[in-house]
Design a binder for this molecule. Structure first.
Ligand code: URA
Length: 210
């Protein structure tokens, strides 16, 4: 895996993303669309997983059939918005182990502070896919990936729905070994750190808070 940024431009993904961007879209519809989209994103983020073959008997004959080879998967949700991507990913990859990283921003230092961490064992032997719908400044993604590396992860991917150029750059500097997958690369961040045009606060859109 050498490409640092992959934009998943499948028409179904783009269509659903546009519906999610619309400010009138209610939370229930937003969550449904995010769930549907995350299943489509799952195809792309796992597209290059290596295959091996197993022998099996169909009702007609014996054959060598392809199955996924190699490392087991861990999905790690960056709280809280990551959970919106997690559910759909688990529909498609039900055997994946799941972890959570919770970070908040210290209002004085502006540094991310960890408030929760629970990850599966043997992260060093897994492909770890960290999920957060919005890659904005990149501060929390960079910190979450650092934390996962300290837990042993050495084969990581970052999956989001929307990215800002600033966040992609920051991730590239801090973690050039971690490829990013996103449905769109938006124009910029505004002065409050929101992605523009974006879709607003993903957690608020999902859960009806603000
Ligand atoms: N987080 C969000 O939920 N939305 C943004 O636009 C930026 C960060």
């Amino acid at each position: 895996m050498s490409k640092h940024l992959t934009i998943i431009d499948h028409p179904l993904v783009q269509h659903k993303l546009s519906l999610m961007r619309r400010k009138e879209t209610p939370s229930a519809t937003f969550r449904q669309l995010l769930w549907e989209t995350s299943m489509l994103l799952a195809y792309e983020v796992t597209r290059d997983l290596p295959l091996t073959t197993i022998s099996l008997d169909t009702p007609l004959c014996r054959m060598q059939a392809p199955v996924i080879d190699g490392k087991k998967l861990a999905l790690v949700s960056i709280l809280r918005a990551g959970n919106g991507l997690l559910d759909g990913l688990l529909e498609v990859i039900p055997a994946a182990r799941v972890g959570f990283v919770g970070l908040y921003r210290d209002e004085e230092t502006l540094e991310p502070v960890e408030y929760y961490l629970k990850v599966p064992p043997q992260l060093d032997q897994r492909l770890v896919i960290a999920v957060d719908p919005m890659l904005a400044t990149g501060n929390s993604s960079v910190a979450a990936i650092e934390r996962l590396k300290r837990e042993g992860a050495n084969d990581l991917r970052m999956l989001c729905l929307l990215a800002a150029p600033e966040g992609v750059e920051r991730m590239k500097e801090a973690h050039p070994d971690v490829p990013i997958f996103t449905a769109a690369l938006d124009e910029k961040l505004n002065e409050r750190g929101y992605i523009v045009p974006g879709l607003g606060d993903a957690g608020d859109r999902m859960f009806g808070t603000n």
